[in-house]
Design a protein around this ligand. Structure first.
Ligand code: NAD
Length: 517
């Protein structure tokens, strides 16, 4: 994949002149600078918002069909330009070609098609049948009106899926969108803004606000709704800031996803899945498997299998393209400190490292694929989000202990259970405190756009995908139409004792009958 860095050669963007405060974007696999982008001020964000608000009514007026046409063009654009998009993602994240293709390109391509096809149905007026006779004869329905300007704030781990991906339903709902990508990975978002323009999106309907945290905070002040994906700590700040203006927020936050291996599991599949879902994207996925609990009878077999497999993983600069490495770089240099801290803390408290365990020497930021055993909940590696290619495995006496430990977490994003007895596995799944639980798989639920994906507990508020994943970008409105009505209804002024008593009897007849304890 030669030429990655030529194609995203150093640039300043948004037409702004280069300044000393510019954000330097580096390739984490090489440590080399690849671009500079401006750090927008609050005034600049307000100016983008002004332009977005001016453009939004025209975009809304295009209707679902008009908007869908542009999304379908964009779907084709992503597929036609996938090498360019993958190279941009790989160069700013250090992830492998395969991780960029499976979890980013395929997600965006599916997302454009899904929302183009389903937005109208999810947001169609919904006729309501009233149970109260007070409104007999009236026409009632609820509708979903676009909010106006949606602010999307994204993390660095999936620049296409988790930053741009959420803009698709927000746009399809008829909103203008300003996307504030992570300062670590702004280039993919900027490429997508270029793509959307090429596909005919009217000017200013979709804009990128590059910048650091303060730029995100300024966006919270400007937008009518904030879709935030990132850490729980920042999510709390965003929610507090949004409370000042009563701006609605949807928060997709951190996780510490458990995997439970029951004694009747297909251990070979469980080991392959645990390895893949903990190490893909270098473990930098919100729904990565971060800890495993194995029932005692299959513990030794599971550890032996995953250890052997983990030793075969190739890690390094992914610029060699498809098939060159399984595990890429750590995208965010500060994440390396957290990973090292969690591994050291575990070892200090008695954990044993069976594979890996160290930062790799040389250029770029790499942490070895790492498997740990003899772990417990006194260790950060079992209770705090590590977000790296590390997997602690704990032996449990039975499923009850596994469930208790899996739920012993402030997080509740996703979880997985492996077992051949589907009834038992499903019963375990239903007792886990997580927004999504998957049996004999992990993570794949994310690709099902009909299924809601959102966190419980400290993992978030609201969800993406499904009806809720687009209705959150709208204001729900109840409409009641009265066409035929008397000059005056019975309950109107002036109050008269006789009529009041009559109404009382009527309510008694209406609600006072019927069987009950
Ligand atoms: P982060 O919270 O550090 O940053 C996220 C975004 O918020 C960045 O764009 C950042 O510039 C911005 N930001 C920082 N301070 C802000 C402020 N005060 N106001 C507004 N915006 C502000 O997160 P990160 O390190 O970029 O991403 C990793 C985290 O994201 C992990 O915890 C991961 O689990 C989580 N994540 C969750 C999901 C999900 O769907 N639940 C998906 C991907 C990532």
């Amino acid at each position: 994949m030669a030429g990655v860095e030529d194609r995203v050669a150093p640039q300043t963007t948004n037409g702004a002149p280069a300044s000393a405060d510019d954000i330097v974007v580096t390739n984490p696999a090489t440590g080399r600078e690849i671009a500079r982008v401006p750090d927008l001020t609050a005034e600049q964000v307000a100016e983008l918002a002004r332009k977005a608000r001016a453009a939004q009514p025209g975009w809304q007026a295009l209707g679902f069909d008009g908007r869908a046409r542009i999304m379908l063009r964009a779907q084709k654009w992503v597929l036609d330009n996938r090498e360019r998009v993958i190279q941009t993602i790989v160069s700013e994240t250090g992830k492998t070609y395969e991780d960029a293709q499976l979890a980013e390109i395929s997600y965006a391509a599916a997302g454009f098609g899904f929302w183009a096809k389903n937005a109208e149905e999810y947001l169609a007026d919904e006729k309501i049948k009233a149970s109260t006779p007070l409104v007999a004869g009236r026409k009632l329905y609820r509708r979903f009106a676009p909010l106006g300007l949606v602010g999307v704030i994204g993390p660095w781990n999936y620049p296409l899926t988790n930053s741009f991906g959420d803009c698709i339903p927000a746009l399809m709902a008829g909103n203008a969108v300003i996307l504030k990508p992570s300062e670590e990975t702004p280039l993919t978002s900027m490429l997508m803004a270029e793509a959307m323009r090429e596909c005919g999106l009217p000017a200013d309907v979709f804009q990128i606000a590059t910048g650091r945290g303060a730029t995100g905070s300024a966006l919270v002040d400007e937008a009518d709704m904030i879709m935030f994906t990132g850490s729980t700590a920042t999510g709390k700040k965003v929610m507090a800031k949004a409370a000042e203006t009563l701006t609605p927020v949807s928060l997709e936050l951190g996780g510490k996803d458990p995997m439970i291996i029951l004694s009747d599991a297909d251990v070979e599949r469980a080991a392959n899945a645990a390895l893949y879902y903990s190490m893909q994207n270098s473990g930098q996925t919100c729904i990565s498997t971060e800890r495993v609990y194995v029932e005692a009878p299959v513990y030794d077999e599971f550890v032996a299998k995953i250890t052997e497999k983990a030793r075969t993983l190739r890690q390094g600069d992914p610029s060699g393209g498809p098939g060159s490495v399984e595990v890429g770089a750590i995208t965010f240099p500060k994440q390396m400190e957290i990973i090292e801290d969690h591994v050291k803390d575990a070892v200090d408290k008695g954990a044993k490292i069976v594979v890996g365990g160290h930062r790799r020497a040389g250029d770029g930021t790499f942490f070895e694929p790492t498997i740990m055993v003899d772990v417990d909940h006194s260790m950060k590696a079992m209770t705090e989000e590590t977000f790296g290619p590390t997997l602690p495995i704990m032996k449990v006496s039975d499923a009850e202990e596994a469930i208790r430990l899996a739920n012993d977490s402030p997080y509740g994003l996703a979880a997985s259970v492996f077992g051949k007895d589907m009834k038992r596995a499903e019963q375990v799944a239903r007792r886990l405190e997580a927004g999504a639980v998957v049996v004999n798989d992990a993570m794949l639920n994310y690709s099902v756009m009909e299924l809601p994906m959102g966190g419980w507990k400290a993992s978030g508020l609201g969800s993406r995908h499904g009806a809720g994943g687009i209705r959150k970008y709208t204001a729900e409105q109840a409409i009641m139409l009265t066409r035929f009505a008397p000059k005056k209804d019975l309950h109107m002024f002036p109050y008269k004792a006789g009529r009041t008593k009559l109404l009382g009897k009527f309510f008694g007849l209406l609600y006072g009958r019927g069987k009950r304890d």
